[in-house]
Design a protein around this ligand. Structure first.
Ligand code: FAD
Length: 404
């Protein structure tokens, strides 16, 4: 009997399991995750779960009955320790052998740790898992001094959630502006201003020298010699893809696990998807590794089709969002600093959209509280359409209608 083993019970893994069943696969499906929870959604962890507007349980993606009804053997709290594709098995950390005619690696990533003195003190937190979020949330009391290290999306969301609760927040960033790499300077500068206006002490172009404390964290000192008192420190400086299993099995690695256009690794019985996969993007025409919800969802499904022998070329849908305070940002496509920018609405207001054009072709859109504009832009981006700048700039024009 064929047996598909999916390593990693996150979004990509879950989506793959449901896809093979929806496609009528009659063999065994085993979904194995090392966290002690059924698959859950990560985006709320730094938003609603931290500011208290969402319960940890509400992040669960599917009820237990779903796995029973779909005959998916979901095994949580156990780690896969080795792949043996030539034997058609995987081995769990406790020595259990599981038959695996095909394997999907949906192992995601783990937070990068800070290499400074004191980084291992109690009260210094990373944020990737539900357990991490519950632990951080329990320490974010009104008035607590919180230092967030890293002003990427996770750090910025943590800062916003902590301010919403009433914590005293300092956010330290090594780059000259927060969120600069993803959003480009125009919008990133404004994000910095929003955080400052809401009382975050945002310090950019600064390094962390050490984290101080005896039994627990007490302060963070920066490379310019300033000491920031801290009851809680949250480190958000990116993730490292979990590639060790693939590596030990001799599978080719790049910036993650290298896959071909149908999500297959260098071993024909092993596939990869989600945050861990290094793939050739048809949108930007180069190899990328995405760390986004939309990619985990779509690539999980694409890998499943491939495992069934029905694979086709994976084409990513470039889509990302972040919620900070009352600012709901959505991003479609792949804005680049060298693109021409057309603004719709006042960029200094809390509601606008920036459209990015390369040779007159729409390549990206970033909107704050303009979800319909960004949705419409996504369709135009995927269609490689030339769109007149006047249409883009006029907030009274519905892009879905104007460009049909
Ligand atoms: P993961 O979700 O990381 O799942 C992989 C799982 O595999 C993990 O549970 C891991 O423990 C497990 N695993 C690893 N190795 C093994 C092993 N050997 N054996 C068993 N299990 C193993 N994206 C957005 O687009 N918008 C957002 O607003 C947004 N917010 C986010 C907020 C937070 C706090 C975080 C952490 C992420 C956020 N993301 C957001 C990113 C998005 O959640 C990820 O891109 C997505 O979860 C990736 O899914 P995945 O299935 O590839 O990997």
């Amino acid at each position: 009997e064929p047996s598909f083993v999916i390593v990693g019970a996150g979004l990509a893994g879950l989506r793959a399991a449901e896809t093979v069943r929806a496609e009528g696969f009659a063999g065994r499906v085993v979904l194995i995750g090392d966290e002690p929870h059924l698959p859950y959604d990560r985006p709320p962890l730094s938003k609603g779960v931290l500011d208290g507007s969402r319960s940890p349980d509400s992040t669960r993606l599917r009820d237990e009955s779903f796995y029973v009804d779909n005959d998916i053997d979901v095994v949580v709290g156990r780690r896969v320790a080795a792949l043996r594709p030539h034997e058609g098995t995987v081995e769990l950390a406790d020595g259990t052998i599981v038959a695996a005619t095909k394997v999907l690696l949906a192992t995601g990533g783990r937070p990068r740790t800070l290499a400074v003195r004191g980084a291992d003190l109690p009260g210094v937190r990373l944020l990737r898992t539900l357990d991490d979020a519950v632990a951080v949330a329990s320490e974010l009391d009104p008035g607590a001094a919180v230092v967030v290290i890293g002003a990427g999306f996770i750090g910025a969301e943590v800062a916003a959630s902590a301010r919403t609760i009433g914590c005293e927040v300092t956010m330290l960033e090594a780059a000259p502006i927060p969120l600069g790499r993803a959003l480009g300077p125009d919008i990133a500068e404004r994000y910095g201003a929003h955080h400052r206006a809401r009382g975050v002490n945002l310090r950019c172009a600064i390094g962390v020298d050490a984290i101080e404390g005896t039994r627990r964290v007490q302060a963070v000192t920066t490379t310019d010699g300033v000491r920031y008192p801290a009851e809680v420190v949250v480190v958000g400086i990116g993730i490292v893809p979990n590639t060790e299993l693939a590596d030990a099995a001799g599978i080719t690695l790049g910036n993650g696990i290298v896959v071909d256009e149908t999500c297959r690794t260098s071993n024909p019985a092993v596939f990869a998807a989600g945050d861990v996969a290094d793939f050739h993007s048809t949108v930007v025409d180069r190899r990328v590794r995405r760390e986004s919800w939309q990619n985990a969802l779509d690539q999980g499904a694409a890998a499943a089709m491939s495992m069934l022998g029905k694979g086709s070329r994976y084409c990513e849908t470039p889509w990302f969002w972040t919620d900070q305070y009352d600012l709901k940002l959505q991003m479609a496509g792949t804005p680049e600093p060298t693109d021409d920018v057309v603004w719709r609405g006042d960029p200094d207001s809390g509601e606008f959209c920036a459209f990015y054009l390369r040779d007159g072709i729409l390549t990206g859109a970033v909107g704050i509280n303009r979800p319909k504009d960004v949705r419409a832009a996504l369709a135009l981006i995927m269609a490689h359409k030339a769109v007149p700048a006047e249409l883009l700039a006029d907030p009274s024009i519905d892009l879905r209608k104007a460009t049909r």
